[in-house]
Design a protein around this ligand. Structure first.
Ligand code: FES
Length: 106
């Protein structure tokens, strides 16, 4: 299990155990963590699972694929540390990952 912390826009935090192999989006949805809508269910087709990856995790999480980058264009408030959480696969190497959810997913 990897511990993933989700920080909401209002600063409230939730840390949950997520099974390696699931996505950061699935970890939120399965644990009823608010702030991630995931309308397309993880197909990289909606951009409503936008999160900001917090330092020092950016390098470990890696860069978005070309498809993810073009889908991120549909998200609001995109920053250099923006990712679509359905495209981040949880592994033991990401134990402790911290992501922030935006004010809204549209
Ligand atoms: S859940 Fe739709 S792009 Fe991630």
């Amino acid at each position: 299990m990897a511990k993933i912390t989700y920080i909401a826009h209002d600063g409230s935090e939730r840390t949950v155990d997520v099974k390696p192999g699931l996505s950061v989006m699935e970890g939120a949805v399965k644990n009823n963590v608010p702030g991630i809508d995931a309308d397309c269910g993880g197909a990289c087709a909606c951009a409503t699972c936008h999160v900001y990856v917090q330092e020092p995790w950016l390098d470990k999480v890696g860069k978005p694929s070309a498809m993810e980058e073009s889908m991120l264009d549909f998200a609001e408030g995109v920053e250099p540390n923006s990712r679509l959480s359905c495209q981040i696969k949880v592994s033991d190497a990401l134990d402790g990952l911290v992501v922030k959810t935006p004010e809204s997913q549209h």
